[in-house]
Design a protein around this ligand. Structure first.
Ligand SMILES: NC(=O)C1=CN([C@@H]2O[C@H](COP(=O)(O)OP(=O)(O)OC[C@H]3O[C@@H](n4cnc5c(N)ncnc54)[C@H](OP(=O)(O)O)[C@@H]3O)[C@@H](O)[C@H]2O)C=CC1
Ligand SMILES: CC(C)(CO)C(=O)C(=O)O
Length: 326
């Protein structure tokens, strides 16, 4: 089984080391100094309570070097995917599965959803239908990424917590391709359950990213603070309740309530969300995938989103004034 991880930064690099250690036929697409370091000295993973490990990896910035794959696991930031769809084509053969390991509402959300919204495209996450037309939705296997990791220096990944990558077919079936990838990831020491209702998990994760991420980038507060400060907790709750109304109209069942989700965020502690880290480091923020997409779904489902609209306007302008958005 040939697996290529496209965008082998923090999450893709973590997965890459684990798969390489388990002897999988895995290759990585990356770029710049991180790619150069991987090719020079291998990819290093630092995990708590373990000695750092460095593994030799097959890595390139040119997918044509790697050829058609059984699985392409996309672990780019959401806004980086549409522009690279043409560049990814050499990785795609007749039976290639694309695994979308990207936060936010996935571009394939309405593929095989089984309602009258079947086939609806989302401009916020797939402008110009780049992925829908360039990959084809039948290739897609969904994935919710739970681990936290970061690239601490070129060629080095620090794992922070978690090892679960939930997988799910758009139609909820336990397909052979989902089960085979689950087996390969499990053999690498990762948790990879195949879920019949992946969209429910997408929304529980998205609840936090939708609200905590922009609030943290706007306030520079860590999760423990923004989830317990009465004012910002109320803003997060307002956004999440609007999202819940949208999601329930789309058939999602939430296994927990908003208060419990916010308490879970607080329990993570003094974490600077990825959007705050991106802002601080001058990198584009995943505003469209995490917040704009939920506003778009509000329009699709005719659900008012006044709190989401307000926070989205603020974070978009924050991004523009920092030269990182739009
Ligand atoms: N990190 C985390 O803890 C978590 C992340 N996620 C989600 O996972 C996804 C990936 O995040 P993360 O791993 O943090 O992101 P990273 O930025 O660390 O990884 C993406 C990598 O792809 C590279 N890249 C971008 N464009 C190209 C290109 N055209 N060709 C080759 N390489 C390219 C980037 O290089 P460069 O740096 O040069 O741009 C970077 O090394 C996001 O959607 C994120 O929200 C989900 C849960 C937790
Ligand atoms: C905020 C958090 C921890 C989950 O909601 C996250 O995923 C992020 O920092 O992007």
């Amino acid at each position: 089984m040939k697996i290529c991880i496209f965008g082998a930064g923090a999450i893709g690099g973590y997965m890459g080391v684990k798969l390489a250690q388990a002897g999988a036929d895995v290759s990585l697409v990356a770029r710049g100094p991180h790619l150069a370091a991987m090719n020079e000295k291998g990819l290093t993973l630092i995990e708590e309570d373990k000695d750092p490990v460095t593994v030799p990896v097959t890595a390139s910035d040119n997918p044509a070097d790697l050829g058609p794959q059984d699985y392409v696991i996309v672990t780019l930031k959401a806004h980086s995917v549409p522009p690279v769809v043409p560049k990814m084509q050499p990785l795609i053969g007749d039976n290639t599965t694309i695994v979308s390991g990207v936060n936010g509402v996935p571009w394939w959300y309405f593929h095989k959803i089984g309602t009258d919204l079947e086939g609806t495209r989302l401009a916020t996450v797939d402008p110009g239908n780049a992925q829908w037309d360039g990959f084809g939705p039948d290739r897609v296997l969904g994935c919710v990424v739970y681990p936290a990791a970061e690239v601490t220096e070129p060629g080095t990944i620090k794992h922070i917590e978690g090892n679960r990558f939930s997988l799910g077919e758009p139609d909820g079936s336990k397909s052979d391709r989902a089960l085979a990838l689950s087996k390969a990831l499990s053999a690498a020491g990762l948790k990879a359950p195949v879920r019949p209702r992946l969209r429910d998990e997408i929304w529980v994760k998205l609840w936090g990213n939708l609200s905590f991420n922009p609030i943290s980038a706007l306030t520079h507060a860590t999760l423990d603070v923004l989830c317990t400060d009465p004012g910002t907790r109320a803003v997060a709750k307002g956004m999440m309740l609007e999202a819940q109304e949208i999601a329930e109209k789309l058939g999602v069942k939430f296994p927990i309530d908003v208060e419990r989700r916010i308490d879970g965020g607080a329990a993570v502690g003094a974490h600077r969300t990825s959007m705050l880290q991106d802002l601080d480091q001058g990198r584009p923020m995943e505003i469209d995938a995490l917040v704009g997409s939920v506003q778009e779904l509000g329009r699709v489902t005719e659900t008012p989103t006044p709190t989401i609209d307000t926070v989205l306007a603020l974070i978009q302008l924050r991004g523009r004034t920092a030269g990182l958005y739009g």
